[in-house]
Design a protein around this ligand. Structure first.
Ligand SMILES: *[C@@H]1O[C@H](CO)[C@@H](O)[C@H](O)[C@H]1NC(C)=O
Ligand SMILES: *[C@@H]1O[C@H](CO)[C@@H](O)[C@H](O)[C@H]1NC(C)=O
Length: 447
């Protein structure tokens, strides 16, 4: 059996060994030898096999001559257009692709969507360029359908969805509110559930009996301030790595869709606790406290979050991990005048996933994979909303100086959040696509 993987237009690779992509669990297309044999149906099986072998050797030879593909274990075979005609057991990897120009009007504007908050309303705050709105994600292997708000609302009729995470998770929820706003507006019922209605939101779409919520939990695990000077953007905090944050853990059990994410907060100075004891710290500069990396804290936070979901008796939801959202500070760190003034995406040649962003990404994906495996034992689904590399290519999508920081007394450029409308809308295109795919899978399961 061969595994075929498309890495760039017009170049299909047959991998004879699994490559790194399998580690991150991307979907791949599978082509079986019998499916390849459609070209040679008049012959008997034995001759098919030897002919196939001959073809492979021939292509391997051509490959060695042209050396078009990077790994010697990858053989250039045939064009993508050839493959599309074949009835493949095809699952499209929607997360491998490119940003392509899309000169249409965006889904919504700051005038048509009444739920946009200033933090994302870059146009209101004076952003002069608009080209960043005119790109769409194009998977290599298929089309990513446009976001269809009516279809989304039908799919979630009578159901509930919540985001668990920080303000970048909130960013995705705000995008979803705007994407749905052409069909329906919800009632804001936050005050019935929380006194902290800036951070804990609950919306109800009455016509669809659909609840949409966010539980503010930037670390996913329990935390508390530990800085003698009080809380600030970069103050020292305590993390309790083996205790889920009750702010979401107590509330999440009956939700049908849970989108978990975490990121930038793990860069700050942190004291790590396990079993109620200090085990070390990150960037805390406290004498004789063991230095522990941010990756350790990040890993344990996801591990605890996923285990908590597994342990909730009545939880039957689908959990999505929306992967690390990279920032794009240039010319300095976030607190040293850094900015993000680009107006166009990077190409995937210009920007590669590496360094801390890759570590964060791989760390959380490993934890998701472990949870996915464990989850199957009791029928729980854990899925990867794999947006890290995609967003790495969008340095142009951030508010920069045209976003109002929620901490209004601090003047920093925002190269963390995403303008609305903007590339973050793609996250909800992926989400809808995946929800539909899950629906089809469970239908197939029942038949
Ligand atoms: C929307 O953006 C425009 C600039 O494109 C701005 O003039 C206007 O005030 C904004 N409207 C709202 C409601 O934010
Ligand atoms: C730090 O080290 C000193 C000297 O070894 C010791 O007396 C003190 O208790 C330690 N502090 C902590 C917080 O472990």
């Amino acid at each position: 059996m061969f595994k075929i993987q498309e890495n760039r237009p017009n170049c299909i690779h047959i991998n004879l060994i699994p490559n790194a992509k399998f580690l991150t669990g991307h979907y791949t297309m599978k082509v079986y030898a019998t499916e390849l044999s459609w070209r040679i149906t008049p012959y008997n099986t034995q001759r098919k096999v030897s002919l196939l072998a001959l073809i492979l050797i021939l292509f391997a030879f051509i490959h060695l001559l042209t050396n078009n593909c990077q790994s010697p274990l990858l053989f250039r075979y045939f064009k993508t257009s050839d493959v599309r005609g074949i009835a493949l057991e095809k699952k499209c990897d929607i997360f491998s692709g490119n940003w392509v120009p899309h000169p249409e009007e965006p889904y919504y504007s700051n005038e048509s969507c009444h739920l946009m908050i200033d933090q994302h309303n870059c146009m209101k705050l004076g952003r002069p360029d608009k080209e960043f709105m005119n790109w769409r994600w194009k998977p290599n292997e298929c089309e990513l359908p446009l976001f269809n708000p009516a279809q989304f609302l039908e799919l979630v009729r009578g159901k509930s969805m919540t985001f668990v995470g920080d303000s970048v998770g909130r960013n995705q929820m705000q995008s979803l509110l705007c994407l749905l706003s052409s069909v329906a507006y919800p009632e804001d019922i936050s005050h019935k559930y929380s006194s902290n209605t800036d951070y804990f939101k609950r919306y109800f779409y009455a016509d669809y009996r659909f609840t949409l919520a966010i539980f503010w939990s930037p670390f996913l695990v329990k935390s508390s301030d530990a800085d003698p000077n009080g809380h600030s953007l970069n103050s020292l905090m305590n993390l309790y790595l083996d205790e889920a944050d009750e702010a979401w853990a107590k509330e999440v059990e009956n939700f049908d869709y849970v989108i978990v994410s975490a990121g930038q907060w793990f860069f700050r100075p942190l004291i790590y606790n396990e079993n109620s004891k200090v085990i070390g710290c990150h960037k805390c500069f406290i004498k004789n406290m063991t230095a522990v990396t941010k990756y350790y804290g990040y890993r344990m936070a996801f591990r605890t979050a996923f285990r908590t979901l597994q342990s909730l008796k009545n939880y039957k939801g689908i959990t999505f991990l929306r992967t690390f959202s990279p920032s794009h500070f240039e010319n300095g760190d976030w607190n040293k005048g850094g900015n993000c003034a680009r107006t166009r995406p990077f190409t995937s040649q210009e920007m590669k996933l590496e360094g801390y962003a890759m570590e964060f990404y791989l760390t959380q994906v490993e934890e998701l994979r472990a949870a996915e495996k464990e989850g199957t034992k009791r029928g729980l689904k854990f899925r990867l909303l794999d947006t890290t590399e995609i967003m790495l290519l969008r340095p142009d999508g951030h508010p920069n100086q045209y976003g109002q920081s929620p901490h209004k007394n601090v003047a920093v450029n925002d190269c963390v959040h995403w303008c609305l409308p903007g590339p973050v809308d793609a996250w909800n295109e992926f989400l809808l696509y995946m929800m539909k795919t899950e629906g089809q899978r469970s239908l197939q399961g029942r038949l």
